[in-house]
Design a protein around this ligand. Structure first.
Ligand SMILES: [Zn+2]
Length: 292
């Protein structure tokens, strides 16, 4: 989740070429820094579901929640005519408005998808912060710009001084859509399998499960971003730059391979973006090779 944060920051630096200079992984909204990765591990360690006592048997029974979830059979995401508007630099209120509008778009688009799947849906809470806070899922990850905590179903979006100075709307939207992707996983119960399976997994298996979860959130993000592609929010060039940035830098911030290699991240982003449909984001049924 946190990788996406850095990306946003980078994106916010303005135009694609200038982004390369930025140290932040966030590119589009936020990429990921090492500190972010460390924070994320902390978060997962204290995840409430992770601590639940669940038998191995129920873990295997739950697997269909991830591999055959009804959300995969809902076709393309609805184009909700999302237009969060411009994001001028230096205005916290404009920044907050942008985050709120993107969240509203995500609520509409995914709400329709859950209706199609006949799955119960609830919106996440959005908490916009200007300094790091503790969450029920643990301490704020150092370096993270966004965070989803499933135990209170809250997306935390951090407005940093740097992003405020040079907001990159594409990157910020991409990050929010990634965090929202985790909310989709939580609400559709895909995460019921994930957190249960983690409980009985060894270290390398835990990393593999984390990659499937993160790559799916990134693919869900790409599917949402595709609904914005014909608007005035960003250009094809900016999108291509973003994907390329992740290909080269997406894994750099993480000390362990819990998000997938850069090319793998880029592949799932692109997959979601090209299809526009959550059905293309079934990382749980994908080969181990395509989720490395
Ligand atoms: Zn994530």
């Amino acid at each position: 989740m946190n990788v996406s944060h850095r990306f946003a920051a980078l994106a916010s630096t303005g135009v694609a070429l200038t982004m390369a200079v930025t140290s932040q992984v966030f590119v589009l909204a936020d990429a990921a820094t090492a500190s972010v990765a460390a924070g994320k591990q902390t978060q997962q360690a204290v995840h409430p579901l992770a601590g639940a006592a669940v038998s191995t048997q129920s873990a295997s029974a739950n697997k269909a929640l991830a591999t055959k979830n009804r959300i995969y059979r809902t076709g393309r995401l609805t184009d909700v005519n999302c237009s969060p508007g411009a994001l001028p630099s230096g205005s916290t209120s404009a920044y907050k408005r942008f985050l709120t509008r993107v969240t509203n778009c995500l609520n509409k688009a995914w709400g329709a998808q859950f209706r199609k799947a006949r799955l119960p849906f609830s919106k996440p809470r959005l908490r916009i912060i200007t300094r790091k806070v503790n969450t029920p899922c643990g301490r704020w990850s150092t370096g993270a710009d966004g965070y989803y905590c499933s135990s209170n179903r809250t997306m935390y979006m951090l407005i940093t001084k740097k992003q405020l100075r040079q907001p990159f709307p594409l990157g910020i939207a991409r990050l929010m859509a990634h965090e929202y992707g985790h909310h989709v996983q939580q609400t559709s119960k895909i995460w019921s399998y994930y957190w249960t399976a983690r409980n009985s997994a060894g270290r390398s298996q835990r990393l593999a499960l984390s990659r499937r979860s993160e790559l799916q959130a990134e693919c869900f993000s790409g599917a949402f971003m595709s609904t914005l592609r014909d608007g005035s929010q960003f250009s094809d060039q900016q999108w291509d730059y973003t994907v390329d940035w992740f290909r080269k830098n997406g894994a750099k911030a993480w000390p362990q391979n819990d998000h997938g290699r850069g090319p793998t991240q880029a592949a799932w982003m692109t997959r979601g973006y090209n299809s526009g449909a959550p059905g293309s984001c079934n990382t749980w049924a994908a080969s181990a090779r395509s989720t490395t």
